[in-house]
Write a protein that binds this ligand. Structure first.
Ligand SMILES: Cc1ncc(COP(=O)(O)O)c(C=O)c1O
Length: 483
């Protein structure tokens, strides 16, 4: 390796050299005098002094350190890092969408209103629901919107005493978090070992105080809730609502309509099913779809067809109001719409089939070395565990995950779901090819061989990454949160 190619881990401030500049402004737009004396800095800001070239290199190099789905396989279970087609970006960049002023009058926003109307209709059709809001900015924000809607429904019926949300321990963590944030009492139920809900156990927790059962389908173990009809019946007999965390809808799309299963309201994560970016790094989108009885309580405005055009509709006064400015992150909705238009109805079923096939392929190819937690076929994600031969050598899931980094793969989700000891949650997604899955399988098998031959080497992984193995105990006890 030549000196010039050596990985330079210094921060930009450490590369600073006094007086070095990228650009000299001869006539600064604002002179010091224009700033009131009281607001002027007493000392010069401590900024790195670098040539433009150094800055470009620094940030380009940092961007290359990014691990992304555009560069590598990213089997992060529960997060669904599927490929986001470039076609979506092009659609969202069309001037008519991108340059539309958010306060534009309905008459000037017909294209966007039509898109929202049509996207809503297609989504309610896929979910077997009657109404939908596309305002939420993410999955968790959708949960918030869903529970807000449910609360408004019960209050409208004079059932204010319904203040309990039942959540199984196999639920996604955002479910109980949202319930608590909304001021509900969270009632936790232990699920069966496969993550399914035991209907008799559920009945013991339902009553006049129950507002909602929140159920993640497929659950976090990647298994379909096959008792769903009996569950829905029990929930409805208790006068409560059945909420489906539909973030994992990429496992069901085109094959199952949650409305047919007795679900009253559900959320969708656009980044998981409809190939948009996850909101964590920028604008995201989610949705709450519901049955007719909940529709009046959804956020407003809605988009309604009136005559040949589309208008915004503020409902009959029972809405929970707004949960996001305007219509939510419409740029993300355009991307989801582009993805929908790129697939026929039959192809939606294929999306789910391929997501399920890929997860089961990985599970089957690794079952001799990394036994699946579940003994049955999984849906879109499989939950593996390190075999006894690895754990007998003192190796853990964390070591396997770190070993993957050295082999060019992002680590799967680990230690989640909480009900699985040493969980390795792999979600290959439907967009990966067999070749990529085979490379991943080979890497996992290689890690296993290394673990048996030289356990310490695996405990030291990663050795090829800019950041090596962290001292997790020290990081937890003495977190260093600033540079
Ligand atoms: C099952 C499930 N529910 C809820 C969420 C929360 O969604 P978000 O991260 O968009 O808030 C996720 C995350 O992707 C999820 O996998």
């Amino acid at each position: 390796m030549t000196c010039a190619n050596k990985l330079d881990n210094r921060l930009s401030i450490e590369k600073s050299a006094a007086g070095r500049r990228g650009l000299f402004c001869k006539n600064p737009l604002r002179s010091q005098a224009a700033i009131p004396a009281g607001l002027r800095r007493k000392t010069a800001p401590r900024l790195p002094e670098l040539a433009e070239f150094d800055v470009v290199r620094h940030y380009t190099r940092l961007s290359q350190l990014n691990f992304s789905v555009d560069t590598h396989f990213y089997p992060l279970g529960s997060c669904t890092m599927k490929y986001n087609p470039r076609f979506n970006e092009e659609a969202a960049g069309l001037e008519g969408f991108a340059a539309l002023h958010p306060l534009a009058h309905d008459a000037c926003a017909q294209g966007t209103l039509e898109l929202i109307h049509d996207l809503s209709a297609r989504l309610t059709g896929l979910c077997g629901m009657d109404a939908i809001t596309l305002q939420p900015a993410a999955g968790a924000h959708s949960e918030f919107t869903g529970l807000l809607t449910a609360k408004a429904y019960f209050w409208d019926r004079g059932e204010k005493e319904r203040n309990e949300i039942v959540v199984p321990d196999s639920a996604h963590g955002t479910n109980p978090a949202t319930a608590s944030m909304m001021g509900f009492n969270t009632v936790n139920i232990a699920s069966e070992p496969d993550g399914r809900l035991n209907v008799e156990e559920l009945k013991k927790h339902l009553g006049p105080k129950t507002a909602v059962l929140m159920l993640t389908i497929p659950n976090t173990v990647g298994i379909f809730e096959s008792n769903i009809e009996a569950i829905a019946k029990a929930v409805h007999e208790a006068g409560a609502l059945l909420y489906m965390d539909g973030a994992n809808f990429n496992a069901l799309i085109g094959m199952v309509k949650p409305g047919d299963l007795g679900v009253d309201l559900m959320h969708l994560n656009f980044h998981k099913t409809f190939s948009t970016p996850h909101g964590g790094g920028g604008p995201g989108a989610g949705a709450i779809a519901c049955r007719r009885h909940l529709a009046p309580f959804l956020p407003v405005p809605m988009v309604k067809k009136e005559g040949p055009g589309y208008v915004t509709d503020f409902g009959d006064g029972r809405s929970v109001g707004k949960v996001k400015a305007f219509f939510g992150n419409t740029g993300v909705l355009v991307k989801a719409y582009a993805y929908m238009l790129a697939h026929s109805a039959a192809e939606f079923g294929e999306i789910a089939e391929c997501a399920i096939l890929n997860a089961n392929y990985v599970a089957a190819k690794l079952k001799d070395l990394y036994p699946s937690y579940s003994k049955e076929y999984c849906m879109h994600e499989c939950v593996l565990t390190p075999g006894h031969d690895l754990t007998d050598k003192g190796l853990k899931t964390l070591d396997v995950a770190k070993g993957l980094l050295d082999r060019g793969f992002h680590a799967p989700t680990i230690y989640f779901p909480l009900i699985v000891h040493e969980a390795i949650m792999v979600e290959p997604t439907e967009t990966e090819s067999k070749e990529t899955l085979d490379e991943f399988v080979a890497a996992m098998r290689d890690i296993h061989s290394q673990g048996l031959a030289d356990p310490q080497a695996l405990k030291d992984a990663p050795v090829t990454q800019p950041v090596k193995r962290l001292d997790e105990v020290q990081a937890a006890r003495q977190p260093n949160l600033r540079w």
